[in-house]
Design a protein around this ligand. Structure first.
Ligand SMILES: [Zn+2]
Length: 315
């Protein structure tokens, strides 16, 4: 095995994926451990180290890139992540650096996805774009003039918490009407109960105890009117928000990333249509909506590993 590999680590609420990636984006090794098995962040660091040591892979690693919820690039800390059991500020980059004796870079998971998409995915040709990660919540990473925007405290790009409905749905952040309470896997499921009275028993959705976002997209594809209405409502809410975000950084494209984005071209087309309807005239028909070309765990690991290759991510 080549001795110039980046260790990319993606920490999620459920699993922690990690892999060894070369500069061209080939994944030479991949593994995953349940995040919940690690009571403390140091347990995670120790486990990854011992797995790679037992595989005799430590010598091939030249640096470590970590994507994590509420990861702060400047401090190298995970700060008050709502979906992790580790509370407060966790100096994760420092913990990895110490254990592996290598430099470590940490950023939030959506920023890591943006870097991965630019280096290896659908955004290779883009110097100005915004990635929208549609998962349990909604994350975003903003690239302007080829630079990821971190902002003065490292938390730029929390577009999921822009409030799109005055006094709307309660959000995990403690406020109301945030975009992610509508446009995310959990937001879509909330739409089912909200729009239920309109369709009652006419849709199979009404009989599902706990429908998942993927069920809703599948039923919509099969022609179910209730499911179609929910997909349409979600696309409209997101499209409207993207039209507004465009005023901030004038991106060439939005890249939709995550399970919902992979539901197909139809959703992306709907989002684009609603975005164009709401767009300020100077941006009309100038902004694309693309779907991520990186899939599943690979996308997250590639994104995290791309942090290792430095600030000039095209190098
Ligand atoms: Zn919020």
């Amino acid at each position: 095995m080549t001795n110039k590999l980046a260790l990319g680590i993606d920490i999620g609420g459920t699993n922690c994926d990690f892999g060894l990636v070369d500069h061209e984006g080939n994944i030479h090794y991949h593994n995953s451990i349940p995040t919940a098995e690690c009571d403390e962040a140091t347990d995670l660091v120790d486990k990854i180290h011992s797995i790679l040591a037992s595989e005799k892979l430590l010598d091939s690693i030249i640096g470590i890139g970590i994507g994590a919820p509420n990861g702060n690039y400047y401090s190298g800390c995970i700060e008050f992540a709502p979906n992790l059991s580790w509370k407060g500020k966790i100096p994760l980059a420092r913990l990895f650096s110490k254990k592996f004796n290598l430099s470590s870079v940490l950023t939030n998971d959506a920023n890591a996805a943006a870097l991965g998409e630019q280096k290896y995915g659908i955004a290779k040709d883009l110097s100005d774009f915004v990635i929208i990660t549609l998962g349990t919540g909604l994350g975003s990473g903003i690239i302007v003039n080829n630079e990821l925007i971190y902002g003065h405290n490292g938390f730029a790009g929390e577009l999921g918490h822009i409030r799109v409905v005055p006094n709307g749905r309660s959000c995990g952040c403690g406020r109301k009407g945030c975009l992610e309470t509508y446009a995310s896997a959990t937001g879509i499921v909330r739409s089912v109960s909200e729009l239920y009275s309109k369709f009652k028993d006419t849709s199979p959705l009404s009989r599902m105890e706990q429908p998942h976002a993927t069920d809703i997209f599948q039923l919509a594809k099969e022609g179910d009117k209730f499911a179609q209405e929910i997909v349409d409502f979600t696309a409209k809410t997101l499209g409207n928000a993207l039209a507004d975000f465009t005023c901030f950084s004038s991106p060439k494209a939005y890249v939709l990333f995550g399970g919902i984005a992979q539901s197909g071209q139809h959703f992306a087309d709907l989002v684009k249509r609603y975005m164009e309807d709401a767009m300020l005239i100077i941006y009309k028909n100038k902004v694309e909506v693309r779907i991520s070309s990186l899939h599943g765990q690979n996308a997250a690991v590639l994104g995290a590993s791309s942090l290792v290759w430095g600030k000039n991510i095209r190098s």
